[in-house]
Design a protein around this ligand. Sequence first.
Ligand code: SRM
Ligand code: SF4
Length: 553
Amino acid sequence: MDDTKLSKVERIKDESSYLRGTIEEELQQDIPFTEDNAVLLKAHGMYQQHDRDLRGQKVHSIMIRWRIPAGQISAEQYLVLDDLATRYANNTIKLTTRETVQFHGLIKGEVKAMLQEIHQALITSQGACGDVVRNVTACPAPFHSRARAQLTEYASLLSTHFLPHGNAYSEIWLDGEKVDLLEPAEKVEPFYGKTYLPRKFKIALAYPGDNCLDIFTNDLGFVAIVDDDTLKGFNVLVGGGLGMNHTQPETFPRLSDPLGFVTPEQLIPVAEQVIAVYRDNGDRVNRKHSRIKYLIHDWGIDRFRSEVEARLGYKLAPSAPLPPFEAHLHLGWHNQGDGRWFFGLSVENGRIRDTETVRLKTALAEIALKFQPRFAITANQDLLITNLPPEAQIPVETILRSHGVRLPRELSLVQMHSIACVALPTCSLAITEGERVLPNLIDELELELARLGLQDEPISVRMTGCPNGCARPYVADIGLVGRSLNKYSLFLGGRVDGTRLNKIYKDLVPFNEIVSTLVPLLTYFKESRQPGETFGDFCVRVGFDELLAVQAA
Ligand code: SRM
Ligand code: SF4
């Protein structure tokens, strides 16, 4: 490879002394981090941002993302998050589409103190962003089952296994002991090496039949094969990813391909070799073309599999048969099967906060204190309150209701199935609004669906402020993707179970015309659908030409 062609980020990583850069020095200064250090900060779980509502002036802050495998947190950890969000961040806890938490609005000079506090609660931000393996997701539903418990354990195992090995995080943020920087790369960072991965890498583990986390959109996915509650192994999926760019046709969303079957013992070695093939062959010149999905698209899955098998020294078994997937939101009350219950709470766009009318943050802190449950964050940005005794059901509901929180049974299906990404004002890549405007759109759509008698349809609406796809809009029945000021590309035809990508139906739809654009299509769906057909399936069956004709009529 001609090193002069490598992307700027590759140079920054290469010269960073294993992600140190001059972060420690710049931390002492009362000015924003320089660009190179801002790049390196991502591997420490942080983004330097500015408030985009404040035009004409750049007020910088830090966003921090925690690494919470399978979204699992104890009551004590939840209370620490709640407290730190109040004291250091903007008093909100943002549940993300990868089962973890982000804080926004931190002051640079306070980050270190906060990281030291949270370290005591065994939560880290190390490797939550950057060119490494990110937070590992797994189906978070706590049904009493040995196989499900193992799935959660594998998420933690993978997360820990692929944490950067170097000492930079500990030295900079936790005052850890300084290590000898002249050690060879094989010793300092034995798996990643000096330049880490070409790009971010995402791993998920799904329970058979339950695609609550959109397994096919991950770089690497493991679907459990379970027989009589015994984990037999996993079907491996590789090459999913959603980011694209409106003006670069060589970028596109892609669902993963089957690689084969692995036993539980083979899981880590196979994950290592898949990632190593990517590490050594992924595009380090053009970051828009760096994800593993492009390598697999360019090579084909057979060549990729052969490369992995050559490194493993054995052939992978063929994928095992699986039941069809459904998308479970895990909301409402569920018997865990161990004498305890869990309550899935729909959190609008994953934002836990107190407003004048809804004091969700206070209510959850009260529940955490009073019942000491566990919590689990879903990939739909919702929160499961788990391990509750049956007698807690009424008091938990009472606390939520007395703080103005609506329970899942009071919400429409479209609301429960809808998510938006953060977008403005913090995201530097946002072209349009996301989480701040979706609730209004859903209110309007809800009324139209009720008028059409479609209120019992699980139609998913996912909105993002740009084409990067953080709320996974490209698998939704209705995807809304920020295109230009206040205008969205409208995608139709995905499946709520996450097994099919949608396609662009109409471009540059002004925000206030989205619902009126959808109404004729939903009316036609109501009149012409086949029994049991979903809105996404209907759009694919009749085709966009027919839908456009209906719209024009
Ligand atoms: Fe994302 C970048 C937020 C899930 C694809 N994403 C960003 C950044 C960090 C913007 C930036 O680079 O400056 C956003 C921070 C906004 C803010 O102010 O908080 C951001 N992404 C999010 C979150 C918080 C959305 C949410 O509302 O929940 C999700 C955090 C996940 C986590 O906890 O780790 C989030 N991002 C996703 C997903 C969904 C998923 O992984 O299931 C995707 C699509 C899947 C994929 O990776 O392909 C996703 N985010 C991107 C991309 C496009 C990457 C690409 O291949 O082109 C970017 C841009 C980039 O990396 O350059 C991005
Ligand atoms: Fe930002 Fe775009 Fe991701 Fe939304 S989809 S959070 S606007 S990068």
